[in-house]
Design a protein around this ligand. Structure first.
Ligand SMILES: CC(C)(COP(=O)(O)OP(=O)(O)OC[C@H]1O[C@@H](n2cnc3c(N)ncnc32)[C@H](O)[C@@H]1OP(=O)(O)O)[C@@H](O)C(=O)NCCC(=O)NCCS
Length: 314
């Protein structure tokens, strides 16, 4: 453990620190490849500033950055997240991440956060859980009382060939279903759809996908109302990020989902991606049937209570 003299200086980082934050994170996160821009999105683009606070801490020793850690707090739900964290290899096992976690946990306590999860920050996540190949991180989390409660996977889709949607769209047309790209005038329809189905977090993800040009959001409508959607590039654009997608329960089984999926993947292919990451996947069978893809990564989801006795406190 660290001695008094070795105790790092911890300070709140801002966007001006992005180059050093990226350098620390990129050295430590050897199973991920990401630009400064992508990390900046994760650390500083708070999707709901009215409800959530993002904060990043930087650890320095003798003025040299040696570690970083992100906290997210959503007081309305008493929920928090531990975001990206990393310590330089030469400075590990000296308590630096623990000191960072203490600062983060103090934020959570001040915001009256009860439960925290690791990495799976709604609308802006680096990965949907911890890749267990980051074994030191797994040990660190378990040491501090975090419990693994679920697994999830990312798929990787092959975009070598375009997807032909014409035949399926003609068939859906005969059922009165129109498939089209979303546009700026769809706000009210989207509000109504996400209020009835899927909720606010996916409404937000749809909005983030709309920020692309052209909008990375495709819709299926019947009788003028949205019955299904699929989105891409709302975050992690450089990874060719697909999702989320969803079909209203009444409209399932009509073959809408595959057409919407193909439209999004065609967009990503047109944008120059050769593969697409389909993150935090539920129905693997659905994707495997309609596109060439495979499970690329497995993640372990971790959570804990801020009141857990292993959570460091000042
Ligand atoms: C995970 C990480 C941040 C830990 O940083 P650290 O400063 O070395 O952590 P600490 O010194 O505070 O460790 C606290 C405790 O965690 C546990 N721990 C940490 N690393 C461990 C390891 N390699 N093996 C076993 N236990 C470990 C130990 O119980 C340790 O206490 P101890 O040294 O008194 O036994 C660092 O290993 C790292 O940067 N890994 C790569 C980045 C990463 O995986 N990030 C997660 C995904 S974003």
């Amino acid at each position: 453990m660290s001695t008094e003299a070795e105790t790092p200086r911890i300070r709140v980082a801002d966007e001006n620190d992005l180059p050093v934050l990226h350098a620390v994170a990129a050295r430590a996160l050897c199973f991920d490849s990401f630009t400064e821009e992508l990390l900046g999105e994760k650390l500083f683009r708070c999707p709901r500033p009215d409800r959530e606070t993002f904060r990043v801490y930087l650890a320095e020793r003798n003025g040299t950055p040696v570690g970083m850690m992100q906290s997210v707090s959503r007081p309305d739900d008493a929920k928090g997240w531990l975001g990206v964290f990393a310590v330089d290899a030469a400075h590990r096992r000296q308590g630096i991440a623990t000191v960072l976690l203490r600062r983060v946990a103090d934020d959570w306590r001040r915001a009256r956060i009860r439960d925290v999860e690791v990495l799976a920050i709604p609308g802006n996540y680096f990965t949907p859980g911890l890749d267990p190949r980051y074994t030191e991180a797994l040990c660190f989390l378990e040491h501090h009382g975090f419990e693994r409660f679920k697994d999830c996977v990312n798929l990787l889709a092959d975009l070598s060939d375009p997807f032909d949607t014409a035949g399926e769209e003609a068939r859906l047309g005969k059922l009165g279903i129109v498939v089209r790209r979303a546009d700026r005038g769809d706000g009210d329809l989207l509000d109504a759809f996400f209020t009835d189905h899927f909720g606010v977090d996916w409404r937000l993800e749809a909005e983030l996908a709309m920020a692309n040009d052209p909008p990375g959001l495709h819709l299926a409508l019947k009788g003028g109302n949205i019955i299904a959607f699929s989105a891409h590039s709302g975050q992690n654009r450089e990874w060719g990020f697909f999702g989320p997608m969803g079909t209203a329960p009444d409209a399932r089984g009509t073959g809408i989902g595959r057409v919407l999926l193909w439209h999004c993947l065609n967009d990503l292919r047109d944008a120059g991606h050769r593969t697409s990451v389909i993150p935090w996947v539920g129905p693997i069978g659905f994707y495997s049937r309609y596109i060439p893809c495979r499970v690329e990564r497995v993640f372990w989801r971790y959570r804990t209570a801020v009141s857990d006795p292993s959570m460091p406190a000042t």
